[in-house]
Design a protein around this ligand. Structure first.
Ligand code: IPE
Ligand code: IPE
Ligand code: MG
Length: 228
């Protein structure tokens, strides 16, 4: 797909519907999460080919700790295995890994894995893959506002400089899968003028073709940013 002025630079996805995907097949929820990881692999590979500068994926929200302990532990395990099995490929493909959210709540060994992976890909520049972990937008905004206040004035620019996304391009397109039409505390600040797209596809069924289609739909939107 050629890069046109209508191509988004930064796309974010609320990857929802793993549990329902599993339920439809009478499988345990963890099977849905495993299938979700497969979808992540394919989408990350496609992101570079589709010319995205930045892809942000909502993997674990600050509210997801409310899930049963076993599910939280399954999700942590899958994340660690994903880093172990896929980091080499992504590192070679020029993907720079980044995390948004508050890592301080994770066990030290998980944090070590994540920080090691970030360090290993730090000089890559083709595509940035930002994974939202223990991420909540309200918490992010509070942290940013506190940092801005500590430096002096709380202004839009100063808050923006302290958001977890500060070094990323502005959010162009926010996609949510699974048919739910809500933001669930994701990128509330950054979504101010992003285009929103809600699709019925459950996350494990979301393919690079669906992503390409989302980019085509984005290309047809008229963005105004409050002007004419
Ligand atoms: C999204 O799928 C994955 C995470 C939140 C980690 P869900 O687990 O929320 O799946 P549903 O919404 O129950 O179908
Ligand atoms: C949002 O999905 C979080 C992630 C996709 C990681 P949820 O499934 O947690 O959201 P709600 O609870 O339906 O709003
Ligand atoms: Mg859900």
């Amino acid at each position: 797909m050629p890069l046109t002025s209508a191509s988004p630079r930064h796309v974010a996805i609320i990857m929802d519907g793993n549990g329902r995907w599993a339920k439809k097949r009478m499988l345990p929820r963890v099977a849905g999460h495993r299938a979700g990881v497969e979808a992540v692999r394919k989408i990350v590979r496609a992101a570079g080919d589709l010319g995205l500068e930045c892809l942000t994926l909502y993997a674990f929200s600050s509210e997801n700790w409310r899930r049963p302990e076993e599910e939280v532990s399954d999700l942590m395990g899958l994340m660690r295995r994903f880093i172990a099995s896929d980091l080499d490929e992504f590192a070679k493909a020029g993907v720079r890994l980044k995390v948004i959210g508050d890592l301080s709540r994770f066990a030290p060994e998980i944090r070590g894995d994540i920080e090691g992976a970030i360090a290993r890909t730090a000089t890559n520049s083709r595509t940035t893959l930002a994974v939202a972990l223990n991420y909540g937008a309200q918490d992010e905004i509070v942290r940013a506002a506190r940092a801005a206040a500590a430096e002096g004035a709380i202004t839009t620019e100063n808050i923006e400089r302290h958001l977890d996304t500060a070094d990323m391009p502005p959010l162009d397109l926010l996609i949510r899968t699974s048919g739910e039409v809500r933001l669930s505390n994701f990128l509330l600040w950054q979504a101010a003028y992003a285009e929103l797209l809600f699709v019925d596809t459950l996350w494990p069924d979301f393919t690079p073709e669906h992503l390409a289609d989302a980019l085509r739909q984005f290309g047809k939107r008229e963005r105004r940013f409050g002007g004419l």
